[in-house]
Design a protein around this ligand. Sequence first.
Ligand code: XMP
Length: 541
Amino acid sequence: MQQQKIIILDFGSQTTQLIARRLRELDTFCEIMPYNKFPSSDPDVIGVILSGSPYSVYDPEAFRVDLSQFIGRLPVLGICYGAQFISYTNGGNVESAGSREYGRQNLTFVDESCPLFNGIGTRSQVWMSHGDTITALPTGARRAASTATVENAAYWMPSFEGGSPVFGVQFHPEVFHSIQGTELLRNFVVDVCGSRQDWSAASFVETTVAELRSQLGDDRVILGLSGGVDSSVAAVLLNKAIGHRLTCIFVDHGMLRKNEFRDVMHDYECLGLNVIGVDASDKFFADLAGVSDPEQKRKIIGRDFVEVFNAEARKQMGAKWLAQGTIYPDRIESLNITGKVIKSHHNVGGLPKEMNLQLCEPLKWLFKDEVRRVGRSMGMPEHLITRHPFPGPGLAVRILGDITPEKVRILQDADDIYIRGLREYRTRLSGEEARRVLAAGVPADMKDGEIEVSLYDQIWQAGAILLSTVRSVGVMGDERTYEHPVALRAVTSTDAMTADWAHLPYDFMASVSTEIINKVKGVNRVCYDISSKPPSTIEWE
Ligand code: XMP
């Protein structure tokens, strides 16, 4: 059966990704495309949404789209700039609102026959954020809703020139503060566009496995595993599709977490993956000896990693594809139409040219929590799925100063106590906090409006940092000590681009601090990092 999809044309609004999130929550597949890249020949598109934009329709640099590619042929919903653009190009009028209209507004529906408002009643609270306003509706449109200050807050045309309907809303149904925004989007996607709402993790696995089989045929594929959720889910999916024609390579640079290489290799073997584990830690330690500069450390690790990976990859004679666990947010950042690169994409760079590998990225349309849902639906163990992100250079960027195997051992022991503690300490959450955690895909049962979850599952990422360039005095028994502090870091975030320090309970911090100082030789002080990003970063180096 065809994979129905909605196309969201991106005019540069900060909330475009949120529209996609809401549609996926409605079990409807969607793709965000740059405003000028409508896929005209794709037969699976069932509707089009035009996003908001930082521009006014009158700005000379404003993004313009040729609506005739789809208007009248497919149902269209314009949001904010999208609604204004349709009006401006179809006989209506848009003017500056004088002052920017911003924040919560009460919406009154004036045309109850408009299908966008099915089942919502006659009033709703919505979120406005615009500088222009529609002063004359496009030809053939009816006013559908108003607020106290915005007369044409929503409009619709039951049929554009005898074809499909068009809707325009000057508010943002996709943002959390638009109380019935999701219902409104549901009405467009389901009632108007006819979505079957059949996009689920299981259906994704089924269609993707079939697509991979036809794309890859009898070819062989190489994949670099990192122990993280994205590459692991990609590997399991490919393994389902082509079995042992997939070879995974997992490089141990010696700076993974305590026992991680052994434990993750064991998990991969239980999952039936064909994995080559390469212990290259001696090479990494030798090349890093005496190096303290963070950028230099990263460069050496990156270079060594490519060398080790390539040496293994070359042995895979006849491989035609390199698979990667790239996910949707990585791509959106690189597709960002305003041209700002926010985060460079970490992947296996510089593969040998003579191998002539093509790229296979089966998760490239998924958000992180969807990757987790896909992993769960394939029966992957929960600890692999909910694992925190971990930087490619590993503990090397969490040890200030030069790196030695002994310092890595100290940090591994302290980090292990901290992470085990976070997994064991459970708290009850309710209201918005509980919803935030559930929305991130954490499995928990809601009971009487409350959930019980571990601290580990409430935060985005945590880890210990060894301040090996610092020493301080302590006293243990009757002995004076002069050793290193360990800093603990835990952050909440949704995408690692911004992050806040996690407010961990004091009793938890007290017991972790005591356990680290008592058990980890070489550490006599524990600090907690209370910096947010920006201006700090998540990692210390
Ligand atoms: P920062 O420190 O830039 O980290 O706030 C943002 C996120 O990226 C992770 N990170 C990396 N991941 N290779 C990776 O695969 C790297 O070189 C790297 N450096 C940072 C970091 O752990 C956080 O999740």
